[in-house]
Design a binder for this molecule. Structure first.
Ligand SMILES: [Zn+2]
Length: 142
């Protein structure tokens, strides 16, 4: 399994080739591109890059209202920053920001004390128990 950074680099380079998300030549608003990390835990964490009027918004999907994913934006790279950079610098900058977002998001994950599975804090049933282990246990108590 490739590292998250390698997966992100591959996805981003294809995305830039296909959609030119790093320049203002394309319409600035209304495009959201999703990226999923594989091999990290059972429910693959999802990240996004969103083209906005101000720049590129980068963040992750929280599943607090499962099955509805809630976008949480963590970074904004403004257009003027991208416009003054070369194509390679733009790609590096976006990748570094995406990788920082992925690292920060992964740190939020906890390990379940029963099944040892990783889960996002909003998917848990308390500090040490994932939702699937927490639900049957609490109903068994009655
Ligand atoms: Zn569990």
């Amino acid at each position: 399994m490739k590292s998250s950074k390698a997966q992100a680099a591959r996805w981003l380079s294809r995305l830039i080739q296909r959609e030119q998300i790093d320049t203002l030549d394309q319409p600035a608003e209304g495009n959201v591109f999703l990226f999923t990390i594989e091999g990290f835990c059972e429910r693959n964490p999802t990240f996004f890059i969103c083209r906005k009027t101000e720049g590129l918004g980068i963040g992750y999907h929280s599943s607090a209202k499962d099955p509805v994913a809630v976008p949480v934006e963590r970074h904004l790279i403004e257009w003027h920053v991208l416009e003054s950079a070369t194509a390679q610098e733009r790609q590096e900058r976006i990748l570094n920001t995406l990788v920082a977002t992925i690292r920060a998001r992964k740190k939020q994950y906890r390990t379940c004390q029963y099944c040892s599975g990783k889960y996002a804090p909003e998917q848990g049933s308390g500090q040490k128990t994932c939702y699937s282990c927490g639900a049957p246990r609490s109903s068994a108590a009655f």
